[in-house]
Design a protein around this ligand. Sequence first.
Ligand code: ADP
Length: 609
Amino acid sequence: MEVFIRILKYLKPYKKTVYLLLFLMLMYVVLNLFSMAMLVPLIDVIFTDISAVTPQSTIAIDITKGNLKDQLTGWLYQTMNQYSKHDALMYVCIIIAIGFLLKNLTAYLQMYLNAAIEQGILRDLRNDVQRHLHKLSLHFFMARRKGHLISMVMNDVRLITESIMAILSTVFRDPPTIFVSVTILLIFNWKLTMIILLVTPIFGFIIGRIGNKLKKYSLRYQEKLAEITALMDETISGVRVIKAFKMEKHEIEKFETHTERLYKIFVKLSRIRSISSPLSEYLGILLAAIVLWFGGQGIIAKTSPMTAGQFIFYLTILLSMLQPIKIITQVYNSVREGTAAGERLFGILDINPRIVDSHDATVIKEFKHSIVFDNASFKYDTSDLVLKNINLQVSKSEIIAIVGPSGSGKSTFVDLIPRFYDPLEGSIKIDGIDLRNVTQDSLRDLMGIVTQETILFNDSVAANIGYGVKDVPHEKIIEAAKIANAHNFIENLSDGYKTMVGDRGVKLSGGERQRLAIARAVLKNPPILILDEATSSLDPESEMLVQEALERLMKNRTSFVIAHRFSTIQNADRVVVMEKGKIVQVGKYTDLVSADGLFKKLYNLQFRL
Ligand code: ADP
């Protein structure tokens, strides 16, 4: 229930439209009943002998006296009696025409407003999720599959919206219709109506059980759908590896087992979903048949308190209640499904970002003298200590190369500098201020990051270089590309700087992608650089071009370079050697080469000495 109330809060921005919608619904209810009420005079006054059925021709409307049913119908008869049958028929027809016109007009307006609200909520929910995701720190994304998140943004959000709309489009239409209808039925024949009312809790029980099952299967369905989206994402991203290892068959089989399970869950879900509405309709009809049998006998025997017209009206009202009852069961089911989806979605929206700016965080405008690691240790949620008591002081304009076996903690070490993670113990300070007391924006403004896996967006070359920099003139982009050794290859692309790079830059070679990423960093012109240089996939010519570009980029900047190439190490002011999360050696390249230790081993390995 709590979840559903929270879901309903998404209606708030559309308050005015919602009020209008609810008003239209009430109008609809009134017009609907009115159009049915026209049946009574139609049958009794026009098609039968009025005098035989008119209770008291002079009756006045006074709900405090006498029988309300007779008063209401009497008033109608009386009104109709003023006219000839011919005229009365004409008036009834005109009123029906106008009544139905208005009724359908309100129905049209409702549908139109519904769509605006529905799409608005869908948009708001999606934007909320996206906005929230951007607030969350890397921990969150490391622990989840991309496909799950995508599925949630697309599917859960849709289910939630559908449940809101289901409520909205019925709340003022169907429950009031039922309430008014029941009242009328009670007025017309309270004994018969009481019997009907006693039977309805049985309906409620059956429908409630269906709702519970529906929620269970709906949750399972959404989870399976999320898994399939994740799998799809992974197979598309990893298509090269799949082909290289000839794993297509295996992947297809894996996918098919998932789709098969999804199919089974969906069939089950549909079975439950589909049964509720025909079932409720059938139970209603059954009831109506019983009423017709007992009520009809009274009419035939002329012992009924109702006239034929009144009885037809009674039955019409009873039958017309079936549709709203059916809709309410559908709404109830939709709410169960929406709540299940809401639980998942709010589970994510309620996660607090771990990396937040403290309320008195400082905005740093420039990098003045140093970055200091002070006894910093770190672990991931699911790992042991990955960094242990790291102490290092880096002065402005120093180039620090970081080397070490894979898994020694190099990437984690550099991830702490832009505060992608906070150390578990100890601290990292920039110009003497703990990173936790600096705003993330101002900190990251000082940094350029070129990672091993160059992330390009499916946009033009120019937009990728200018990413993160506002209103950058084209000449600046060209200038940056030239420094990054990228200008020549860009000029040779089909559309030059306007060429689209494809998803994640697939249309470019590894070296080209790297040079674009370097151009991006050149353009940003940050005082601090973090590089994870990767050259293993590059041919010698690309490697040389990338290397040159990197050297130009690092000039006059404080750089942290995860070094794979010994040429970078030679240019570094100091080399930090890491092993199992610890710094085991720090020094100049020439000193480390001659000293006994891990660096010498790595050096020998690289040159196969
Ligand atoms: P390197 O860059 O030197 O190869 P990393 O910093 O990537 O090393 O990893 C250091 C250690 O942390 C490794 O043992 C790795 O398995 C672990 N690790 C890295 N990322 C995560 C993560 N998101 N969750 C849990 N453990 C991780």
